[in-house]
Design a protein around this ligand. Structure first.
Ligand SMILES: CCCCCC/C=C\CCCCCCCC(=O)NCCO
Length: 588
């Protein structure tokens, strides 16, 4: 028998193949095993939160019906506080009324992540204080407040919708939470967020999707969507959100509530979950959200106190300047209805024009304002900075996670090799007939080294300088502009209209305080005007589709903007707009 040389390769090849198959099988099993473990981890967390809510609901069934409930829920925050401080109402009764209301609205809207179990003890402590008559010293005595899930709370997981953070409870409360407690407030529920908090569709694989209180087929906005929703549905009077691109203002606009994004560090950000805290050019801020402007003022007054300045010495010790808020002199206010990139829909433009009339009727001078270079500023500065690590940090956090469908397209794109992303970005630019997304994608892979980063920081400074000199040349005190480019977006569709964020991101980039106040609602006439909305680009076509029908009655806000550290002036403008347009929070 002779050895056939052609067989000399068979054995090694067969062995190699066997090893490859075995390796693939092992990897597959490992992947499936990891995936199953991940699903279990998420389910366990979900079950824990659901059970906590059920326990709270069961507790309420056992307690007697509350005669005072509707009396409590009908009061605006200012009046409720008066009754709590004067001991006309018990903190425990008020807490129970709001717990019940939150549970009720949550059944349909899914805005609450979990209840805060310490609330009951705090309420009892409040009621015990009345013997010592100490309650007068605490401006938020007995007030239940809701918190976006990203605030650290001792003993609670702070996940931002990412399973990597499940089972890692915070060791300490956020500074804001500590100060709120010292001032008498009772944190009572934690509210939902989008996965990563870097989009405005409020959905994640752990807690699910939150719906808009005015139309369940649409979203509440985000990322503080749970807050917008619970306050808009009257399940909370005061809540706290965070904002690096509009996350306080977008849900306020879409849910018909008020909110303030202060200048960075006017309030302490210590103890809040943020991806990429090493990025310090554009910073996330925290701020209050409420049913009316007076409640925001009460919250700011209470928070800007020595306790906050002691607990976080990076916060400038500037107490709330009531004299600025209460001044009555005539203001010069700029306004615009179009920022130069995506046309706001007619309803959102009208909201600004309504606010303009309201302010003019109060004697103020309004002049047109033109935002310089907004599209370029978004792609070349905002995206390049906020995703300046080539999105590494975000991808690392999501590496072993289940990705929510609302962000999966972005995450898939970012996971591709850079050269493929580069090619894709040009395809996208052509298909969309719009350079916004394409440029945005290219921007996330542009920064290579410290030199690039410094150049970017310089460009940001230049833009800030340009904007300020325009502001100064017009001698403005404040600005008003659309709360957003459109009202609440149909569920699952935010990605198709992402371009709307230029209206809000601008004021994060500039670090100007900006607040959103509801002004009006979409009318039939606004909708009819959508027939002339442009359809040149993909975003425009989607906007036309989503907002030409089914939007009547949706809330619309305007943004009021001031120079850095002028929160009191911004609140004054918001209050004046609110006075002329009493918007009642409505739930259908
Ligand atoms: C993970 C999905 C990202 C999609 C890519 C979007 C690029 C830019 C859009 C910015 C959108 C900003 C929305 C609001 C973010 C915000 O303010 N978050 C609060 C964090 O505290």
């Amino acid at each position: 028998m002779t050895w056939d040389y052609k067989y000399m390769y068979v054995l090694p090849l067969a062995s190699l193949l066997t090893v490859l198959i075995a390796y693939s099988c092992i990897m597959m099993v490992r992947y499936c095993w990891k995936r199953a473990a991940l699903k279990k981890k998420i389910k366990t967390k979900k079950d824990e939160c659901r059970e906590a809510l059920e326990r709270l609901a069961a507790g309420h069934q056992e307690t007697d019906g509350q005669s005072q409930k509707s009396k409590i829920l009908d009061l605006p925050m200012e009046k409720l506080l008066e009754k709590l401080i004067s001991c006309e109402f018990n903190a425990v009764d008020v807490l129970r009324a709001y717990q019940q209301q939150a549970l009720e609205v949550n059944t349909e809207l899914n805005c609450v992540v979990e209840p805060i179990k310490e609330a009951e003890d705090l309420a009892n402590e409040c009621d015990n204080m009345r013997n010592r008559k100490d309650q007068h010293k605490r401006p938020l005595h007995g007030l239940p407040v809701s918190l976006k899930e990203c605030y650290f709370l001792k003993g609670y997981d702070c996940t931002a919708g990412m399973s990597d953070y499940i089972g890692k409870p915070s060791e300490e409360d956020a500074v804001i939470v500590q100060v709120l407690r010292k001032q008498g407030a009772i944190p009572f529920v934690r509210t939902n967020i989008p996965q990563t908090m870097m989009t405005y569709e409020c959905s994640n694989p752990i807690y699910g999707q939150t719906l808009n209180p005015h139309d369940r087929t649409r979203g509440p906005g985000g990322s503080s969507g749970g807050e917008g929703c619970i306050i808009g549905a009257k399940g909370s009077l005061l809540g706290f959100g965070s904002d690096i691109g509009g996350s306080i203002r977008i849900p306020c606009h879409m849910c018909g509530v008020c909110g303030l994004k202060p200048t960075y560090r006017r309030l302490s950000v210590k103890g809040t979950h943020e991806l990429g805290q090493g990025q310090t050019l554009i910073n996330a801020t925290v701020g209050p959200m409420a049913q009316d402007v007076t409640s925001l003022v009460i919250a700011m007054k209470a928070l800007l106190c020595d306790d906050m300045f002691d607990l976080d010495p990076t916060v400038p010790p500037i107490p709330f300047r009531t004299e600025i808020y209460e001044k009555t002199h005539t203001l010069k206010i700029g306004y615009y209805v179009f920022d130069g990139y995506l046309e706001a829909v007619p309803a959102c433009k009208r909201a600004v024009m309504d606010a303009k009339t309201i302010l003019e009727n109060q004697g103020h001078k309004l002049i047109p304002f033109q935002v310089p270079d907004v599209q370029n500023v978004f792609t070349e500065l905002y995206v390049r900075i906020t995703f300046g690590d080539n999105v590494q940090m975000l991808l690392e956090c999501l590496r072993n996670d289940i990705i929510d469908p609302t962000i999966s397209l972005a995450v898939t794109n970012w996971s591709l090799p850079k050269c493929v992303q580069w090619l894709m970005s040009w395809v996208v630019s052509c298909v969309y007939n719009d350079d916004f997304v394409g440029k945005g994608i290219r921007s996330t892979c542009k920064t290579q080294n410290v030199y690039d980063w410094w150049k970017l920081a310089e460009k940001l400074q230049e833009y800030k300088k340009k904007f300020l000199s325009l502001w100064r040349s017009l001698e403005l005190d404040a600005l008003i502009c659309p709360g957003f480019a459109f009202p609440a977006v149909p569920n699952g569709e935010v990605f198709n209209v992402l371009g709307g964020v230029t209206y809000t991101t601008l004021y994060n980039l500039l670090d100007y305080p900006a607040g959103t106040v509801p002004v009006t609602k979409v009318t039939k006439e606004d909708e009819a005007e959508m027939k002339d909305y442009p359809t040149r680009t993909r975003y425009e076509r989607f906007i036309k589709k989503y907002f030409s029908e089914g939007t009547v009655g949706l809330p619309l806000g305007v943004q009021c903007v001031g120079l850095p550290y002028q929160e009191e002036l911004v609140l004054r403008v918001m209050k004046m707009v609110e006075n002329g347009a009493p918007f009642t929070v409505r739930t259908d």
